[in-house]
Design a protein around this ligand. Structure first.
Ligand SMILES: NC(=O)c1ccc[n+]([C@@H]2O[C@H](COP(=O)([O-])OP(=O)(O)OC[C@H]3O[C@@H](n4cnc5c(N)ncnc54)[C@H](O)[C@@H]3O)[C@@H](O)[C@H]2O)c1
Ligand SMILES: CCCCC[C@H](O)/C=C/C=C\C=C\C=C\[C@@H](O)[C@@H](O)CCCC(=O)O
Length: 261
């Protein structure tokens, strides 16, 4: 299915998982706003994408997603440049147990803010045409470890928030599908931060155990996460879905017990 005429915004889109998703969106003919803190990486990314896809298909917007006004401006700038918004990927994330308050701001608060801003631009509640939102969590929300207590907490939060918002969307007739994606270990720069004391603080002493887990469970290519993301975007039956991507089971979904008193 083509995404011709659709406009996407990807936070943390300049490298890693976000970069792979941007590539897939452009291959499907969507227009894409790459929203990222890293100016050098973002500008390099745009130059490469302009060469591959031609100018005018993507834009780079430098923005720290944890600054609420800056994130609001990034959404507005996307709509000003491309005329509409249909797909929002709240992907930007960090791994910092030392500055754990920042980890909560980037990994959870900004995902909530990004979801609310996406709804302002896409929900029928606001007179818009509908769309789809994907929030990025992690398998860390299902298999906790001692290395990343606050990172793990934020990723639990992303799942709970997304599932509740998906219900709000269906019951409130927002016309917006809201799903969550949980990758296991993925080969990106973030993965290497677990070896650094600056990121892990006192938990850095568990790094060997973390590496053993990576050896045991394997490391995924970012392209597979992009494939899962495209499935969530294209499959219009999905709302409130929790997609997991692991080496052992590939792309699959978590199933929950029905709610009971
Ligand atoms: N790599 C993994 O093993 C893995 C596994 C599960 C989930 N995830 C999640 O996937 C998402 C992407 O991770 P990744 O591995 O691609 O990381 P990455 O570090 O390779 O890329 C993250 C991107 O986000 C940007 N970013 C960071 N803080 C930002 C901020 N405040 N404002 C705007 N942009 C910011 C960075 O500049 C970078 O371009 C994160 O939410 C991460 O928690 C990663
Ligand atoms: C520095 C950030 C790194 C992020 C790490 C990442 O977010 C955490 C991943 C944690 C665990 C991954 C486990 C993967 C396990 C699978 O291979 C499989 O064995 C489990 C399958 C369970 C299921 O799918 O239901």
């Amino acid at each position: 299915m083509s995404l011709y005429g659709k406009v996407a915004l990807v936070t943390g889109g300049a490298q890693g998982i976000g970069r792979a998703v941007v590539q897939s969106l452009l291959l499907s003919s969507a227009k894409v706003a790459v929203v990222d803190l890293n100016k050098t990486c973002g500008e390099e990314c745009k130059t490469q994408l302009d060469t591959e896809f031609g100018e005018g298909h993507c834009t780079f917007i430098q923005c720290d997603v944890s600054h609420g006004d800056a994130l609001r401006d990034a959404f507005q700038s996307t709509v000003d440049q491309f005329g509409r918004l249909d797909i929002v990927i709240n992907n930007a994330g960090i791994n910092n147990e030392k500055n754990w308050e920042k980890t909560i701001q980037v990994n959870l608060t900004s995902v909530i803010k990004g979801t609310y801003l996406a709804l302002e631009h896409m929900s029928k509640e606001y007179g818009k045409e509908g769309g789809t939102i994907i929030n990025v969590s992690s398998m860390a929300a299902f298999m906790h470890s001692p290395h990343q207590p606050v990172y793990t907490a934020t990723k639990h939060g992303v799942i709970g928030f997304t599932r509740a918002m998906a219900d709000a969307s269906s019951q409130g007739d927002y016309g917006v599908r809201i799903n969550v994606l949980c990758p296991a270990f993925v080969d990106t720069p973030l993965l290497h931060s677990v070896e650094q004391e600056d990121n892990m603080g006192k938990f850095v002493k568990f790094k060997d155990d973390f590496k053993l887990r990576m050896d045991k469970f394997g490391v995924l290519p970012p392209s597979l996460i992009a494939e899962g993301m495209m499935r969530l975007i294209m499959d219009t039956s999905l709302n409130g879905a929790v997609m997991k991507i692991t080496c052992s089971k590939g792309i699959h979904f978590h199933s929950y017990e029905p709610m009971s008193a």
